[in-house]
Design a protein. Structure first.
Length: 239
């Protein structure tokens, strides 16, 4: 079964636009779990423009489902937060400072030694590690040499081509990358721009997918469809 991890960053963005605690991010995490989410994902950034470091500390003890923290491991503050809160999984993303949203995966060949050293820190703390990679077989092979437990395929290009009607072209490199990951013994996650339109097709072609992390599209859909109903609709796409 492919798990659905709900990214609640956009709920924090809405809260931060007015100050205060409305909507309550911790309650959103609890409710997402209650509504059927298999996991909660957060991606704190240095400027705390959406999820704050305090939110991460507040969420961890209040949920029982899987907790995934994404972020840039070149920031010592991020490393310290992960080691302090000990999520089930940390996803390492090569974001630049003040980057609007994640837009590329790691070059696992160029940064192999750095990733190997950093991943070891988290694994020694008992935290499962996933690293963000593009759907390129060479990058998947490089990931296998870093000691990571999983990779997360960056799916923006899939979503863009799918929307343009090029479904087979869109999915092909992801199937190749996913097959390489499976052969190398890596777990497989995916995320970025997956939505109710393209998710089922992706899952059908990569049925061994462990987890998808979805935030922006899911929260947008929830404005019209309701939070609980939307989570259930996304889970149905993964069946």
């Amino acid at each position: 079964m492919t798990k659905l991890s709900v990214n609640i960053n956009k709920i924090a963005t809405l809260r931060n636009s007015r100050g205060g605690q409305n909507p309550d991010v911790v309650k959103a995490a609890i409710d997402a779990q209650k509504f059927g989410a298999d996991g909660i994902t957060v991606h704190p950034r240095p400027d705390e423009r959406h999820i704050r470091y305090a939110d991460v500390r507040g969420i961890k003890p209040t949920i029982t489902t899987e907790f995934n923290i994404e972020g840039n491991c070149r920031e010592q503050k991020f490393i310290d937060l992960v080691l302090e809160t000990k999520p089930h999984q940390v996803t390492l993303v090569p974001d630049a400072l003040n980057q609007l949203t994640s837009d590329h995966g790691w070059d696992t060949i160029t940064h192999r030694d750095y990733l190997r050293e950093t991943i070891a820190i988290f694994k020694q703390a008992g935290i499962r590690v996933s690293i963000f990679v593009d759907p390129v077989v060479e990058m998947v092979k490089g990931a296998a040499e870093t000691g990571t437990d999983r990779i997360e395929l960056y799916t923006e290009s899939y979503a863009r081509q799918f929307a343009a009607g090029e479904k087979e072209k869109a999915i092909a490199p992801y199937v190749a990358a996913a097959e390489a990951a499976r052969e190398l013994g890596l777990g497989l996650n995916a995320g970025h721009d997956l939505d109710l339109h393209n998710l089922r097709f992706f899952r059908q072609h990569i049925p061994w997918l462990d987890e998808v992390s979805i935030g922006h599209a899911l929260i947008c859909d929830a404005l019209y469809l309701g939070f609980e109903n939307t989570i259930q609709l996304y889970k149905r796409q993964l069946q």
